[in-house]
Design a binder for this molecule. Sequence first.
Ligand SMILES: N[C@@H](CCC(=O)N[C@@H](CS)C(=O)NCC(=O)O)C(=O)O
Length: 202
Amino acid sequence: MLTLYHSPQSRSTRVVQLIHEMGKQDQVAIRTVGIARNDGSGAPDPANPHPEGKVPLLVHDGAQVRESNAVMLYLTDHFADSPLGRPVGHPSRGAYLSWLAWYGNVFEPVYLAQVGGIDSPVLTHAIRDVPTAVARLSEALRDRDYLVDDAFSAADILVCSTYAWFPKAVPEDAAIRAWVKRCLDRPAMTRVWAEDMARAAA
Ligand SMILES: N[C@@H](CCC(=O)N[C@@H](CS)C(=O)NCC(=O)O)C(=O)O
């Protein structure tokens, strides 16, 4: 039994998108919970077993998986018949893991540092900065439509989610702009986004 703890319009939305892209809605129960939001609204939900009250949280037969990239990797490994992941032994497994980890270790942190106005040589040395991350993305997308193998994967959903939330942050880069559009125009992505907006408004 797989259960995803989800809060509308949050980092768990991208996991719901992945589940829809994989066509596994009937195999993952989605439990909607409240969270404490940045704007001061909401509160940790006692129904959410995440140790920090966050989402996403995936629970599989009682075992917890937290952090978006780990949750997405877990799901694509679990549903290995889905083309959204790259299973162990696949020639692009390394590239797939690298993009998932890069998102959590570099991409989101450099944007958070920028938005938070944090400018420290220690941080820059460890994770670089937004222009460096954008250059990496642009280079990766220069001659391919998606991040791994030129075929849509969970890595695209995860990395692109930053730009889904903050369209104004999409860089003036033709390859990145075309990729963002390609990712966000997908029927499952638009459907889940619309459902989530409705859930949040309810
Ligand atoms: N690094 C975590 C971040 C999870 C996270 O911060 N989720 C937010 C929702 S966007 C949350 O649950 N916040 C509630 C809180 O901070 O208490 C991931 O990617 O899964």
